[in-house]
Design a protein around this ligand. Sequence first.
Ligand code: SF4
Length: 370
Amino acid sequence: MRPFAHLYVHVPFCRHKCGYCDFNAYAGMDRLMEGYQEALELELERARDRLPFAPLRTVYFGGGTPSLLPAELAARMLAHVRATFEVELNAEITLEANPASTDAAKLDSWREGGVNRLSLGVQGFDPRALAVLERRSDGRQAEQAERAARAAGFDNLSLDLIYAVPYQTTSSWLETVHRALALEPEHVSCYCLGFEEGTLLHRRRERGLVPEVDPDLAWEQLDAADRVLADSGFERYEVSSWARAGRRSQHNSAYWACRPVYGAGAGAHSYATDGDRAWRWWNVARPREYMAAARAAREEADREELGARQADAERLMLGLRTRAGLEPPAGFETEIGELEQLGLLERLDLRVRPTRRGLDLHNQVALAVL
Ligand code: SF4
């Protein structure tokens, strides 16, 4: 099996469940945090003992809201990863933080624990958009968190923003992008709001309480953001990701290149390869059940082996999320030819990559190759 050089650790706790969120995240479970950390430690030690790991090149603490962990517990989590695995000297270690739960003491403990990249879930600055998203943080907190992070020595900040929010105009969205840029981030992710089934936002739309967003307006907002970001020196290197030179997310790039990633924690997914074979597995999703399962060494909920064609299709689909594209696997000539005809893909030597339109319409590319 190809060794894992990328580790994802899931922290499923949130202060409040945002209306649009379909992540494996739970509010009101803070009392489980310590037991959850114990379960994570059991899982990680077992993974190290039974699977091949290379020195870790990236570690990503995602959620949920990792910044909700008390500073001592976050320090314990970071120290445990370092004690369990060899971590490359210049590894990218990212932690997702919510501005509302980020303070100087936590920032110091993350820095001391080796975190060198923060992903701040800002989502927006427009109070009306934040209200639709049911985010319980505001623009002021994002600005404070950014200042505190810089003061603590973080020089690699990513900001997450959401566009195509009901009631949001393109000019208020652009105001959001400009306020984000005023924080001088190294990386920006702009996600199109989804109405995922099972979320409160989806139910509210079904009941006519929030309007649909016109796809043309969503595209207009994406296009407007891309222009502003490009003018400010950011390169759009993936469907939803813009970075300054040298600041692309190494961890996410591992997913898009289909490199093996070990995912630890409730509901986390792992992806492994061995020669031509590829498979993935995922953990029990609910925190309390995950904790009991990890104590019994049974945290894996299920797994699936990917057929060769499916593995190639996924590699192609994920590689085509990135502007750099990839050398395509054999057997997709017809699909690639058709997408080229539509102006969604272009060839560059042996590689195939999405055009700007192909990045914007990645769903269409994905549908064609999967
Ligand atoms: S903070 Fe993030 S993970 Fe938690 S509920 Fe809100 S969107 Fe979901």
